[in-house]
Design a binder for this molecule. Structure first.
Ligand SMILES: Cc1cc2nc3c(=O)[nH]c(=O)nc-3n(C[C@H](O)[C@H](O)[C@H](O)COP(=O)(O)OP(=O)(O)OC[C@H]3O[C@@H](n4cnc5c(N)ncnc54)[C@H](O)[C@@H]3O)c2cc1C
Length: 413
C-alpha cells in the first residue's frame, strides 16, 4: 500500500533522529515522521539506566531512560508523528521508503529522508577471540537490554573488555545490578576514556589491567574463565563467569549498505557533505551512523543543526551539491573522517562553522594536515587516543579550490 507523502521522514528515534524531528517542527516544517523499529523511542539511552544524560538538552542530570522519555515526549508535543515497532527495510530514490511492521509491508515517500540508525559494538565473532563458545559472552548493549529492560542477571563476576566511555557504562550497569566485574582489560598502555576515569574501577573493586590482551574465553556451558596476556609476560588465567565486549564501534549501516547511496569504505556509513547531505541530495544522515561513537548530547546537538539545513533544502536555499571538493585520505593512522565532501558554493558562514571529525586507529601524536596539492589549507597538532573525537576546522570557502580533491594526511610526531 502506498501512504501519503511526508515532508521529512527520519529513520531511527535515537537522540539524533528525535532532535532533527523536533527542531524541524519547531521551525515550522509540516508532516514530519520518525520511524523506529523498537516499541519505544529514545535509542540507546533507553537502556543506559545510569546518568549523566540531559545537561545540554534539558539542563538537568538525567538517567538514560528518563532522558529518552523526555526526548520522545518533546517530539510528540511538537507534533512529530512517531511510527514505532516499524522497521525501514529499504530506501530508494525520490525519498521512497519500504516499511515492515505487524501490519505488513508499507511504502511511504518523503521530500527529504534523514538516516539516523546509530551504531553498535563489534560482537565476539568479529573480534577473533579464540577459546570455547560458552554462554555469558555479550556486548554492553546486550547486557544493558538484558538487565535494565528484561531484568535478567546474566552473570555475577564478568570481565569487561575495553576502557572507553561505554566500558564504564558497562561497569556502572553491572554495579547497579549487584554484578561485580573482576577486571577491566585494555590492550593499550593507558585507558581510552579520560585518564581520571582510571580511578573508578579500583574504587569499585575491579582490577584495571592495561597493556593486556584477551587471548581466549574458557568454559563448558557457561564461561569459567579467560586467558589474558599482560605486556610481554606469559599468559595467565582469570576466574570469571562472563565477558562483556565494549567499544570497537561500527556504524549501524545495514539499511544504507544495499541502497543507492554512496558509502565510505572505512566506516560503512554514507558519504556526506558539510551539511550532512548524502550522494542523493534528498537524503541526509546524522548521529553515530556517521561517527561511531559520540555521546547522546553531541548527536542531539548535531540533529538540531541539521534541521536548519534540511529546512533550507526544502525551500531550495541550501547550496546546491554540484560544485564540491572530495576529501581523500591514505593515512593508515586515520580510521575514518566525516564529511568527505565540501560544497564550495553557498553561504560561507555555514561552511566556516563546520569541522572535520576524525578518529584514529589507535593512540597517535603528530600533525593533521588538509592539503590541496602541496598547499596546506588547515592543520592541527594532535595527541589523540583511540575512540577520541578529533575536530579540525574546515577552511573558509574562499580558500578552497572550486572543484577537484583535497587530501587529509597525518604526520607522526
Ligand atoms: C552500548 C552502548 C552504550 C552507550 N552508552 C552511552 C552513555 O552512557 N552515554 C552516552 O552519552 N552515550 C552512550 N552511547 C553512545 C550512543 O550511541 C549515543 O548516546 C546516542 O544514543 C547516539 O544517538 P543516535 O541517534 O545516533 O543513535 P541511537 O541512539 O543508536 O538510535 C538509533 C535508532 O535507530 C533505530 N534503527 C536502526 N535501524 C533502523 C531501521 N532500519 N528501521 C527503524 N529504526 C532503526 C534503532 O532501533 C535506534 O533506536 C552508548 C553506545 C552504545 C553502543
Amino acid at each position: 500500500m502506498s501512504a501519503p507523502g511526508y515532508q521529512v521522514a527520519i529513520v531511527g528515534a535515537g537522540p539524533s533522529g528525535l532532535a532533527v524531528a523536533t527542531e524541524l517542527r519547531r521551525l515550522g516544517v509540516e508532516r514530519v515522521v520518525v520511524i523506529e523499529r523498537e516499541s519505544a523511542a529514545g535509542g540507546i539511552p533507553r537502556h543506559c539506566g545510569h546518568s549523566p544524560f540531559g545537561m545540554r538538552e534539558f539542563h538537568r542530570l538525567l538517567r538514560g531512560p528518563g532522558y529518552a522519555r523526555r526526548l520522545a515526549k518533546q517530539a510528540v508535543d511538537f507534533g512529530v508523528e512517531l511510527k514505532l515497532s516499524t522497521t525501514v527495510i529499504g530506501i530508494g530514490p525520490q525519498g521512497r521508503l519500504v516499511l515492515s511492521s505487524d501490519l505488513g509491508r508499507e511504502e511511504i515517500s518523503a521530500q527529504r529522508v534523514v538516516i539516523c540508525t546509530g551504531n553498535r559494538e563489534l560482537p565476539r565473532a568479529a573480534r577473533l577471540v579464540s577459546g570455547s563458545r560458552p554462554l555469558g559472552v555479550m556486548t554492553t548493549g546486550a547486557l544493558q537490554v538484558m538487565t535494565y529492560q528484561k531484568r535478567r542477571i546474566p552473570f555475577r563476576r564478568p570481565v569487561i573488555v575495553g576502557s572507553e566511555l561505554v566500558a564504564f557504562s558497562a561497569l556502572l550497569t553491572c554495579r547497579h545490578f549487584g554484578i561485580r566485574p573482576v577486571a577491566m582489560l585494555e590492550r593499550e598502555a593507558r585507558i581510552t576514556a579520560w585518564r581520571a576515569a582510571a580511578l573508578l574501577p579500583p574504587l569499585l573493586g575491579t582490577q584495571l589491567l592495561t597493556d593486556t590482551r584477551l587471548e581466549a574465553i574458557l568454559g563448558g556451558e557457561r564461561v569459567s574463565g579467560v586467558e589474558i596476556r599482560q605486556g610481554g609476560s606469559r599468559s595467565r588465567h582469570i576466574d570469571c563467569d562472563g565477558v562483556v565486549f565494549s567499544g570497537s564501534f561500527v556504524a549501524e549501516s545495514s539499511l544504507v549498505r544495499p541502497s543507492h547511496l554512496q558509502l565510505v569504505a572505512a566506516s560503512n556509513g554514507p558519504v556526506v557533505d558539510q551539511y550532512n547531505r548524502c550522494s542523493d541530495p534528498d537524503y541526509f544522515a546524522c548521529g553515530n551512523l556517521l561517527h561511531p561513537v559520540d555521546t547522546a548530547g553531541w548527536c542531539w546537538a548535531e540533529g538540531r543543526r541539521l534541521a536548519r539545513h534540511i529546512k533550507a533544502s526544502l525551500g531550495d536555499e541550501l547550496a546546491a551539491p554540484d560544485r564540491a571538493v572530495e576529501i581523500s585520505c591514505n593515512s593508515p593512522a586515520i580510521r575514518y573522517f566525516t564529511p568527505q565532501r565540501i560544497v564550495t558554493t553557498g553561504d560561507p558562514r555555514q561552511a566556516r562553522a563546520s569541522c572535520l571529525q576524525i578518529r584514529f586507529v589507535d593512540n597517535r601524536r603528530g600533525r593533521l594536515l588538509l592539503r590541496s596539492g602541496e598547499r596546506i589549507l588547515a592543520q592541527r597538532q594532535v595527541n589523540a587516543h583511540r575512540e577520541q573525537r578529533i575536530l579540525m576546522r574546515l577552511p573558509n570557502l574562499a580558500g578552497l579550490p572550486a572543484s577537484g580533491s583535497l587530501t587529509l594526511d597525518f604526520e607522526p610526531a
